[in-house]
Design a protein around this ligand. Structure first.
Ligand code: NAD
Length: 513
């Protein structure tokens, strides 16, 4: 690991030799069981973190609720200034944090850097937004009355995040929540706890330099049981949860049961439609990066290629050829395209999907398999696989969080492809490759893709922070990041002011005393 500068990165981030959950500020409160974090890259132990107990959680919540009282009073543009400083710190530590993300999660170093860049971008976005938390004014029907709406901070925002974007998803939430005047309590994935501590350390530095309470950003560690402290806690008006649909259904019920708000970012089953007019070269790049990037562990990874029968063989051969060039290995080594899966359980799910597609009558065109031997000691490296399948196969209806790509055939009109694309439970990302304007517009119309993200001549994978990010149906309906996604982090209030000496009632109601 030292070959790739991991030791230096861990030192820079203040997470070298973590073995007792020690961190700065709020996280010092953790006293529970030890969580060990092993790298999927080389199987080495990175560090040990203590889980947060129920008692620890109460201390954290006290820190958070008390910090909220200070933070909400700071003018939003001044909160923006703190977020600007946080973005600057991320710029300074970009290489170190990108490396840790790569080492603890297993994505390529380039993608690790990309994830930190997303954090920087959302900070920049949030700084501008801190001067634009606009409400509307409207004309009152009553004389001498003024009416407007305003947005106020919500309170403590609970963030539960997944392993695959161990740092960016937190920042999408916090950067916006902070400028909105909220404080955040974050439970990162138990599979990437060191990334959580590294981020907390960076935030803590900024708060300390500004004499602000660190409770504005709190970290709790552990598995779903620790997540449940937050979902059951009435003091938390908003839970933002990113992860599997299975998790989202439980969280939605728990939070809904107490009429809290939840922002859910759940699984996808993303497809690219390849029409007769598609640019094949672009299709291959989009499809291959979409299917094998992050070893198929992005919520927006391409799972299905829905190809018109007239170009089916051509596209299939081009994609299969491209797979022959893929280099699988240490993701910190920039010459490799595909890194490991997160852990052995993920490898088992990958094997299971390949067995299932064959059992259902699918035809493997690029063989999968688990790699062993030198460089693959962690047991988490698998070969990206491709199977020809039918849309109705059970396995094709599910999200397998691994590099398995299904080729599906359609004939006739683009409507048939759109039907196949929409006919799954998930609704995150979708794409069409076409140079035909009618097909593209049909795909984007109200009778087109039912996903939260619909792209033309781009793959399904990845997104820019400027747009609202999220999906429909079993993807959970939440929107994060750009556009007006900030509104969920605030409470809306309508205000009417009477500046006369009369008290006229609305709707002309008379109430004479
Ligand atoms: P996961 O559902 O296993 O875990 C996600 C987080 O939820 C973890 O922090 C976990 O501890 C917590 N959790 C699980 N059950 C909980 C419960 N009952 N109460 C409270 N917290 C609970 O997901 P994962 O394996 O870490 O991540 C992969 C999944 O995340 C994929 O399905 C992927 O598509 C999805 N994902 C979605 C998006 C998106 O924006 N839509 C982004 C990234 C990942």
């Amino acid at each position: 690991a030292t070959d790739f500068g991991i030791d230096k990165a861990l030192k820079t981030l203040g997470v070298k030799d973590i073995n007792d959950g020690t961190s700065t500020g709020s996280n010092n409160f953790s006293n529970g069981d030890i969580i060990e974090s092993y790298s999927p890259v080389d199987g080495q132990l990175i560090g040990k973190v203590k889980a947060t107990t129920k008692e620890d959680y109460q201390v954290v919540m006290e820190a958070a609720t008390s910090a909220f009282k200070t933070w909400r009073l700071m003018p939003a543009p001044q909160r923006g200034e703190i977020v600007r400083q946080f973005g600057e710190k991320l710029r300074e530590k970009k290489e170190a944090l990108g490396k840790l993300v790569s080492y603890e999660m297993g994505k390529s170093y380039q993608e690790g850097l990309g994830e930190v860049q997303e954090m920087i971008d959302i900070c920049d976005f949030a700084v501008g937004l801190s001067r634009q938390l606009h409400g509307l004014t409207m004309h009152s029907e009553r004389p001498g009355h003024r009416m407007y709406e305003q947005y106020h901070p919500l309170g403590v925002v609970g963030i539960i995040s997944a392993f695959n974007f161990p740092v960016a998803v937190w920042s999408w939430n916090t950067a916006l929540a902070w400028i909105c005047g909220d404080v955040c309590v974050w439970k990162p994935s138990e599979k990437t706890p060191i990334c959580g501590i590294a981020c907390q350390n960076i935030a803590a530095e900024v708060f300390a330099e500004n004499n602000l309470p660190e409770g504005i950003s709190c970290l709790i560690n552990g598995d779903y049981k620790v997540g449940e402290y937050m979902t059951k806690d009435k003091r938390i008006p908003l839970i933002s949860a990113t992860g599997s649909t299975r998790m989202g259904k439980i969280v939605a019920q728990e939070v809904g049961g107490r009429l809290g708000k939840s922002l859910l970012e759940l699984g996808g089953n993303n497809a690219i439609i390849v029409t007769p007019d598609a640019d094949i070269k672009m299709t291959v790049i989009g499809a291959v990066f979409g299917a094998v990037g992050t070893a198929g562990q992005r919520c927006t990874s391409t799972r299905r290629l829905i190809i018109h029968d007239s170009v089916y063989d051509k596209v299939k051969h081009a994609v299969v050829d491209a797979y022959k060039q893929l280099r699988i290995g240490n993701p910190l080594d920039e010459k490799n395209h595909v890194g490991p899966l997160i852990d052995i359980d993920a490898v088992a799910m990958y094997n299971n999907a390949l067995n299932k597609v064959v059992a259902e009558g699918g035809n493997i065109v690029v063989e999968g398999g688990v790699l062993s031997g030198e460089g693959y000691e962690s047991g988490c490296y698998v070969k990206p696989a491709i199977a020809e399948a039918k849309p109705e196969f059970e396995i094709v209806q599910h999200e397998t969080f691994a590099p398995v790509l299904y080729l599906l055939k359609y004939s006739g009109d683009v409507e048939n492809a759109i039907d196949i694309q929409n006919n799954v439970a998930q609704g995150l990302s979708s794409a069409i490759m076409t140079n035909n304007l009618r097909e593209a517009e049909r795909f984007l119309s109200q009778a087109g893709s039912d996903c939260g993200i619909a792209n033309v001549n781009i793959g399904t994978s990845g997104a820019e922070i400027g747009g609202a990010f999220g999906g429909e149906k079993e993807t959970g309906g939440g929107r994060e990041s750009g556009s007006d996604a900030w509104k969920i982090y605030m409470r809306r209030q309508t205000n009417t002011i009477n500046y006369t000496t009369e008290l006229p009632l609305a709707q002309g109601i008379k109430f004479d005393l």
